[in-house]
Design a protein around this ligand. Structure first.
Ligand code: NAP
Length: 251
């Protein structure tokens, strides 16, 4: 699939991994709608930067902890750019909880942002895609769904659901729409942690270094472009999936 001239919606696109994906897709010639929640200033600055490269770019807010907003977000992005044929679900929360201290409200909120919102965004996106247009979705998952975090319990459950959703949606939406995921490992320090922290975590990996955002953006672009991959989950984790649940770093 040639990305040039296509319209993409990237959730959580204002900074960090999402912003790298925005830049990679703009570099491929796609027009971008940058979704944000609290990072409005960064999102609008990034949209202005992207427009300088010659593609169209807009930004708009939605709080995905209320997934009923998802059809409205697709409608807003479509109004800004035209039909959206590329969807990247990168927005996510990363709360700290364990099975012992998990609450029903906490679990619901994490599932809403990181699983229910991507599901219903995909539903609204698929319904809005013209029948003569192909499309592609990439979900941002976590390579630790198979060697679960103990201190990000709800998040891990949500990402495990996102993996299953990726496969189920690929089956439901083919042949018009391909659906894949990129499962990240130690890429960037989470909020409140510095590079030393992430370097220490990465020391346990086969590739012994944090990945940074570029390999993730590269993988997202490759999955959007490749017309014969659907229902796949590509790990970009420095080999982190080869470490066991007990020896893997737990942020
Ligand atoms: N960074 C890593 O090393 C790593 C590792 C494994 C998996 N991942 C996954 O890769 C993706 C990108 O990673 P990241 O580190 O860039 O993520 P992040 O910084 O933790 O979050 C990305 C964005 O999600 C948005 N978000 C959070 N709560 C939201 C809500 N209620 N409604 C709407 N948006 C909300 C935020 O947007 P605003 O800033 O606008 O509020 C935030 O900028 C995520 O899905 C993450 O789970 C990352």
């Amino acid at each position: 699939m040639e990305l040039r001239g296509r319209n993409a919606l990237v959730t959580g696109g204002a900074q960090r991994v999402g912003a790298a994906i925005v830049r990679a897709l703009a570099d491929a010639g796609a027009n971008i709608f940058i979704h944000y929640n609290t990072s409005g200033e960064a999102a609008h600055e990034l949209a202005a930067e992207i427009r300088e490269t010659g593609v169209a770019a807009h930004a708009g807010p939605a709080d995905l902890s209320d997934p009923t907003c998802t059809p409205g977000l697709i409608a807003t992005a479509t109004e800004a750019l035209g039909a959206i044929s590329l969807l990247v679900n990168s927005a996510s929360s990363f709360p700290r909880d364990t099975l012992a201290d998990l609450t029903i409200d906490g679990l619901r909120e994490t599932i809403d942002v990181s699983l229910t919102a991507p599901i219903f965004l995909t539903q609204a996106y698929a319904a809005s895609l013209p029948s003569d247009t192909t499309g592609a979705v990439v979900n941002l998952s976590d390579s630790r769904t198979t060697s679960p975090y103990q201190r990000h319990f709800a998040y891990t459950i949500a990402k495990g659901g996102l993996d299953t959703f990726t496969r189920a949606a690929a089956t439901a939406l083919g042949p018009q729409i391909r659906v894949n995921a990129v499962a990240l490992g130690v890429v960037l320090p989470p909020a409140g942690h510095d590079d030393d922290y992430v370097n220490q975590l990465a020391a346990a990996l086969p590739l012994a270094a944090p990945g940074g955002v570029k390999p993730v953006a590269h993988a997202v672009r490759a999955l959007l472009e490749n017309d014969f991959i659907t229902g796949d989950i590509v790990r970009v984790d420095g080999g982190g999936h080869l470490t066991t649940a007990t020896t893997a770093p737990d942020a």
